[in-house]
Design a protein around this ligand. Sequence first.
Ligand code: ADP
Length: 486
Amino acid sequence: MRGPNLVIEACNPRFTRLFGSRVVQGRPLDEIFDVFWEAGRSIISLAREVYYHDAARTIPRMLIRFPQQQSEPVESYFMYTIVPTHDATGRVSGIVIYATGKTEQRAREIEEERARLRLIFDHANAAAMTLFDVQTTALVMASPRYVEIAARLHGLEESSVIGRKWHELYPPSFSEPVDTSWNTALESRAPFHLSEARIKLPEIEQETIWDWTLTSIPNGKQDGPVHFMLVSAIEITEQARAREEVERLNELRDEFLARASHELRTPLTAILGNAELLQLYLTHQETASVNDAGQHFAQDLQTVDRMIHQIQRLNKLIDDMLDITRLRNDVLQLDKQQNVNIVELALGVVEQYRSATSRQISLETKQPAIAGTWDEDRLEQVLNNLVSNAIHYSPANTPVNVSIANQADEVIVSVRNQGQGISEKDQTHIFDRFYRVHNEETLNVDGLGLGLYIASKLITQHGGRMWLESNLFKGSVFSFSLPLEK
Ligand code: ADP
């Protein structure tokens, strides 16, 4: 191109071919390049800059649309290098434009970008990732995890998942309607979350819990038309279950605190009532005749007995609560003594309950003595818990049976009662802290749900085990073992 008007003086055949039948030689650059619209105008202004500033310029890559007579324009990428030419005196006399085709290179790059994207999708094992085309709502790309789940969920071949529409693949269990999530993400242009969305796969019992995010992806500019919808889903089943467990424990704690305050207040009210009664009797006694004194004395004794009983109840509650706090820090010290005879110990507990209640309680054993190095008081506490539970949680007219047997290198103690039994679901929690079964049998029995928890911990600390066998409507057998010295 020569002169300030950049008149085309010569061009190579490739250049002329681009313009078909139009004559280019002898015409100024702006008349020719005008057909390229915006791209053409930038090349023209850059060419002028080169001419007036006497400095070479390059455009690394530019998209050029070549207008066609009957069809859509043909798009090609070019790299432009524009250099000034000089006359004999060294002044700028024109310019030369070199254009190098870059279309194939761009195509290769697009393919590489796609391969990279594929790589991300293929290796996103934790997440189920998908890319939908917004125009057709068809699935363009998906991670293997997504393909597997979608195929199972909708009974499809894995190979037929790509290409299916958004509404065909949407999990039916989601509470959000199929169009709402899509449209909201599309219109708001902000990520749309479906938190704790639940999916239940046909063959699996347990449902899985997911966090879904729909992100609309515009073409190029942020406010340009949306081309894709990226849907990423992360499984959060474990986290959600852990949160549910925390909620369950919080409920148990609240229930425990309510019970504990009720349990502590009941004996206190009784003690206060009896103390007031005693006070009244004593005031009367001051003025009463000698004859009445004997009768009053018997009544006083009864009142004091009732008070002692309630104080013992309070003491036991406080002991249990203290044990719990100690167990939390794992410091339940055992005070082991040699030659503790478990048969004798059990007999003592059984006799104590026989005299205090009208229940039929039997003790079965073939040996008069089975001894070991154990903590006598703690074992008595365990036996007390099992026998009193067996009495409380069974009908008043049914017997309770304790049996002790020597088996290989351990002794096994079992406490059996009849009654409603304990359901399988309750059995899995029965040795948990604060756990109480809710049914008619347990409705009117006081308790904090601590006894079995403490008892089982005490037995494990002795190196033994505690377990439960129960049949609904038949009854329950609580057993524990203690290792014997060889
Ligand atoms: P609690 O002080 O509430 O009795 P435990 O830990 O001793 O606490 O018992 C926990 C729960 O287990 C009780 O509330 C009761 O529902 C159930 N349970 C315990 N022993 C028996 C039994 N022998 N038969 C039926 N249910 C029992």
